[in-house]
Design a protein around this ligand. Structure first.
Ligand code: C2O
Ligand code: CU
Ligand code: CU
Length: 484
């Protein structure tokens, strides 16, 4: 295999600043970029992390480069990237570069696009990211446990021309199920959870730690990149006293708009970039609340204003739009149309798996075999696990064709449906056109939702389409689409 000695200084130390990751402002020049190739060496290995903050016990995790989240991978649009991944876990792994439109052989799906990386071995991922934006990376082998133990990091592909903001911040949000001793709770792959909302945890971290406050300054404009790196937790973020403008979804710029009902809905694996003009009062604190699950709202953090005077009297009036990425525009009139119907899971729905009301509520009317068989299906077919050899494509598209997929959620549960290797224009939801020219690689579907998406099948290969609630993927909510 590809085990070669490469000496690369992690650039993470240069990028760390404050509790957020400060990306553009005040960054020293990046000498490692001078060669015209974006190179990283990333090591997956056991590590320890203080997730709950100082004064709390450390947690045994699995991490990229020993940190939670893993090293921030910073690439440039249209520039070749080379990422050497070394496996120092005691089980096989792969890395999937979620949302990046890359060649199939670099997609990181075991069996389908590459052989898994065995313990002690390395694999070299090479691709040229066509799109600027916020992406992330995670394993696609034993995904439920490997992601659940901490293997995840963000990828930021920088625009060719910098976007005007005083600071460019990343909030990598992740959900953990911790025991009272601070360990990661066992029980990955619980069948009951898998047929309901998946493994939702009890501790949400922001850039690897429970956050009490993020320092901000009155008057500044922040580009904030939100990543939901959770196994199963859906978030709905409300910024008390502030009006964030959504400028990109899943890395793809959209028309800037305010979130519906002032909540930023962020399913597992989704990313949303917002522009935030800090119009609060110096010295005050404003909560950022996640209130997705009824009766279970909690503060993700607080915007902690510096006591100093505002940086400027009026918000910047420079444009908020991000430059669009070179996405192929599907031809709707000639597009072929296919239904993908999501089936299975327990009946009913409700707050959250594992809560007493659910467990005791007699919701044992599984539509599918609960004895260890699949819990979910797409068009009556269940592909389980993480990806393996011999998966037959459910649909095959001729290269270059425009395709409309009608995603029908016939289940009683939410599903963030993700497609590899392409970005999807979201056309309609429950018959209503979706505004703001939104493209997504992960489309969050409420129970019974019907969503139409379109794309040009321009990237040859076998591509996974699956729910990004990891337990759902593992137990059948997955399929393969081929572009030939
Ligand atoms: Cu981020 Cu196939 O997944
Ligand atoms: Cu993906
Ligand atoms: Cu799902």
């Amino acid at each position: 295999m590809n085990t070669e000695p490469i000496d690369l200084v992690s650039r993470r130390s240069l990028l760390r600043a404050g509790a957020g990751l400060l990306l553009t402002a005040a960054l020293p020049p990046l000498p490692a970029l001078a060669a015209g190739s974006d190179e990283y060496r990333i090591v997956a290995a056991p590590a320890r992390a203080r997730l709950a903050g100082s004064g709390h016990p450390e947690t045994d995790v699995w991490a990229y480069d020993g940190t939670i989240p893993g090293s921030l991978v910073r690439l440039r649009q249209g520039e070749k990237a080379r990422l050497v991944v070394e496996n120092r876990l005691d089980q096989e792994t792969t890395v999937h570069w979620h949302g990046i439109r890359l060649p199939n052989a670099m997609d990181g799906v075991p069996g389908l696009t590459q052989s898994p990386i065995e313990p002690g071995e390395s694999f070299v991922y090479e691709f040229t990211p066509p799109d600027a934006g916020t992406f992330w990376y995670h394993p696609h082998a034993n995904s439920l446990e490997q992601l659940g133990r901490g293997l995840a990091g963000a990828v930021i592909v920088a625009e060719r021309e910098p976007v005007v903001a005083d600071r460019d911040l990343l909030w990598f949000l992740a959900d953990w199920r911790l025991t009272s001793e601070g360990g990661i709770a066992s029980g990955f792959g619980n069948r009951m959870e898998a047929a309901m909302s998946g493994r939702v945890g009890n501790t949400v971290t922001l850039n690897g730690q429970v956050s009490e406050g993020e320092p901000v300054r009155a008057g500044e404009r922040i580009r904030l990149r939100l990543v939901n790196g959770s196994l199963a937790r859906i978030m709905a973020l409300r910024f008390e006293g502030h009006t964030p403008l959504i400028v990109a979804i899943d890395g793809q710029p959209c028309d800037p708009h305010e979130p519906e009902r002032e909540r930023i809905l962020l399913g597992p694996a989704m990313r949303i970039d917002v522009m935030l003009d800090m119009q609060g009062e110096p010295g005050r604190r404003y909560a950022v609340i996640d209130d997705f699950y009824d009766g279970l709202s909690y503060p993700v953090t607080q915007l902690a204003y510096d006591a100093g005077p505002p940086m400027r009297d009026h918000p910047l009036d420079t444009p908020l739009d991000l430059p669009r990425n070179p996405l192929p525009e599907p031809d709707i009139s000639s597009a072929e149309r296919h239904d993908l119907t999501l089936q299975g899971g327990m009946m009913g729905g409700g707050a959250m798996a594992g809560t007493d009301s659910m467990m005791g509520g007699g919701m044992m009317h599984g539509m599918m075999d609960m004895g260890g068989g699949p819990a979910w299906a797409i068009n009556g077919m269940s592909m389980t696990g993480d990806g393996h050899a011999g998966m037959q494509p459910a649909l095959t598209f001729q290269r270059g064709r425009s395709v409309i997929l009608v995603l029908r959620n016939e289940t009683a549960w939410w599903h963030p449906m993700h497609f590899h290797g392409h970005s999807l224009a979201v056309l309609s939801r429950n018959g209503m056109p979706v505004p703001h020219r939104q493209w997504q690689d992960t489309v969050l579907m409420a129970p019974k939702d019907v969503v139409e998406v379109a794309f040009v099948a321009d990237n040859p290969g076998d591509w996974m389409l699956h729910c990004h609630v990891m337990d759902h993927q593992m137990t059948g909510l997955m399929t393969v689409l081929r572009v030939a």
